[in-house]
Write a new protein. Structure first.
Length: 118
């Protein structure tokens, strides 16, 4: 069972940036970042395959960059020009099957909270 531990969330002003980190125990076919608003389902943000191909949803066009460091088993999400509507819990996730924003097969971390003030 893969374990995922996120960090890097916090409170920032609109227009600011954050870099979220996720340390994982085992690399899976696809690693990704999702976010969740209270009372709502997970929303895909970005994914990266073992081959390094990246995928982005329409949730943060041009403002999110996913990357990973195999040596340290760390997944990153750089978020620039944060907006108040980006305030959510952000989750690192691993999928052993494929890169897809559909919610099947994903394992989740505990999340890191992002708060954005206007």
């Amino acid at each position: 069972q893969v374990q995922l531990v996120e960090s890097g969330g916090g409170s920032v002003q609109a227009g600011g940036s954050l870099r979220l980190s996720c340390v994982y125990t085992q690399r899976r076919a696809c690693m990704g970042w999702f976010r969740q608003y209270p009372g709502r389902d997970y929303e895909g943000v970005a994914m990266i395959s073992t081959g390094g191909r990246t995928y982005y949803s329409d949730s943060m066009p041009g403002r999110a960059t996913i990357s990973h460091d195999n040596a340290t088993k760390t997944l990153y999400l750089q978020i620039d020009n944060l907006k108040p509507e980006d305030a959510a819990m952000y989750y690192c996730a691993a999928n052993p099957v494929t890169c897809s924003f559909a919610l099947g097969h994903w394992s989740w971390g505990q999340g890191t909270q992002v708060t954005v003030s206007s």
